[in-house]
Write a protein that binds this ligand. Structure first.
Ligand SMILES: [Zn+2]
Length: 481
């Protein structure tokens, strides 16, 4: 594989002098060369295979053109930018599958509506800085802004990940917030799917109060367009949704209401009552194992969102984790987060989330062990504190806490998402011919998964972005814009 490198590079060198980065992005870029050689680097390739030491990876005009063991007599491409990455690790750019471009606005106080603000400036930069080079949004609140942001990123006007956009939430009655449309029935669900797919949305998300009839109409109309539909459901249980043809379920076991003793068909019983009963169930028992088998038989993927679940557990994540994001937050947004976190900590004695988080981890492990497709995403919602990029990194740590190897966790957060999106022929792993979307970190995540936080460079289509510059450029803006 390495022998053909010289030939490939000679063919390319005519355009070697021209910079490939648009002027609008140059302030965020640290590696800008048509051909880049990553030398002496540890590779975690995203397939789940063990890390390989002392490798060389060649990026040529935005693509990976060679990968293999470093040798002393290596033929170096003429004119290439060579980076000695001794002590560093490279893994594929993350494919975040539950992302949003919005974030909860600071608590307005009594009587004011719960609102989410579109973070059109800060979210794309923080995703990219955190190593997320591909992001599927999982529900939109400002769909036209999301579309404009995607167009601006694709045109090289602003930095950000490759976006795969999901339409506005398909939410039944009552809608969970004032920014969501309330469906009036199956015909309305079908109308919205048709409209937003024509506007350019490439996936859909059903939400908590959608009814079985509405979900069926949405699934059929999405599939008729060749598009996929996911759900964070409540009125519809997991097996029922699988039977209706849903492609993906967000969050996992902790939001499945189907085991609740008071469950009425097509009605969301709220979140706490079913969760309180769920916390007394056994993941290894026949009921939950039956759901796992059912979802796998119906080819329903699950998106793991452990970072947002962790934020409901008293005194988690460790404060050190939160201090990393504090300077990215609007001070009022930090204040809201800190106050809610303190409130959760006060109720530690009767908290069910420590149990639910453990059960969710076990559910996800069993789902994968039995052949299910598990993906991951950060879901920057809840009461805040889980931020784009930062939250995606935290997920990797939590997947390892759940019992996956670091290589498996990275596989879940890279190749699996690319596979679900139908993009795995050119995204999701470090392989010849794929896009040069890569994360370089200091240290060795295969030994210490927390090293995924030590991002040195994020390559997207061969352009090396500086995470520090991206983060600094939106300092204090998360929660504002
Ligand atoms: Zn979400």
């Amino acid at each position: 594989m390495m022998r053909c490198i010289a030939a490939v590079v000679v063919a390319c060198c005519g355009s070697m002098a021209s910079a490939q980065v648009p002027a609008t992005l140059q302030a965020f870029v640290k590696v800008d060369a048509p051909v880049v050689v990553l030398e002496n680097v540890r590779v975690i390739d995203g397939t789940g295979a063990p890390a390989k030491e002392n490798q060389m990876v060649i990026l040529d005009h935005g693509k990976i053109t060679a990968i293999g063991p470093q040798t002393a007599d290596q033929l170096m491409p003429t004119g290439a930018k060579v980076l000695d990455l001794t002590g560093k690790t490279v893994f594929p750019g993350l494919v975040g599958m539950h992302e949003h471009l919005f974030y909860p606005l600071p608590d307005g106080g009594p009587g004011l509506l719960p609102l989410y603000g579109e973070m059109a400036d800060s979210a794309p930069r923080l995703y990219l800085a955190g190593g997320v080079t591909t992001a599927r949004t999982a529900g939109s609140l400002e769909p036209y802004t999301d579309i404009s942001v995607k167009q601006a990123i694709d045109a090289g006007q602003i930095p950000g990940p490759k976006l795969f956009l999901t339409g506005p939430y398909l939410e039944g009655a009552p809608a969970i917030g004032p920014q969501l449309h309330t469906l009036t029935g199956p015909a309305d669900a079908a109308r919205l799917v048709d409209y937003w797919s024509a506007e350019g949305m490439t996936s859909f998300k059903a939400y908590m109060h959608i009814t079985p009839d509405e979900l069926k109409a949405a699934v059929d109309h999405a599939h008729a367009q060749g598009l996929k539909i996911t759900g964070h459901l409540c009125a519809v249980g997991f097996k029922e949704a699988a039977a209706l043809g849903i492609d993906n379920l967000e969050h996992g076991l902790a939001v499945d209401t189907e085991f609740y003793s008071q469950k009425k068909s097509g009605v969301c019983p709220g979140q706490h009552p079913p969760q309180a009963e769920l916390a007394r169930m056994d993941v290894e028992g026949a009921d939950i194992q039956g759901t796992i088998k059912n979802l796998i038989a119906h080819h329903v993927a699950i998106t793991s969102t452990l970072a947002i679940f962790e934020s409901f557990v008293p005194n988690r994540p460790p404060m050190s984790e939160e201090m990393r994001v504090r300077t990215s937050l609007l001070p009022d947004a930090w204040g809201s987060y800190a106050a809610t976190r303190a409130g959760i900590a006060e109720h530690e004695a009767d908290a069910i989330w420590p149990t639910l988080l453990k059960m969710e981890m076990q559910f996800e492990r069993d789902f994968v062990k039995q052949g299910g497709l598990l993906m991951a995403g950060c879901d920057p919602t809840g009461y805040g504190g889980v931020l784009p990029g930062f939250g995606d990194q935290r997920n990797l740590e939590l997947l390892v806490e759940a019992g996956f190897t670091p290589e498996e966790a990275i596989h879940i957060a890279t190749q699996n998402g690319a596979q679900f999106l139908g993009e795995d022929s050119h995204l999701g792993t470090i392989a010849v011919g794929k896009a040069a979307d890569l994360v370089v970190v200091d240290g060795n995540p295969a030994q210490n998964i927390a090293d995924v936080e030590k991002v040195d460079t994020v390559f997207k289509d061969g352009i090396g972005y500086d995470p520090k510059k991206l983060i600094e450029s939106v300092r204090g803006l998360m929660g504002l814009r």
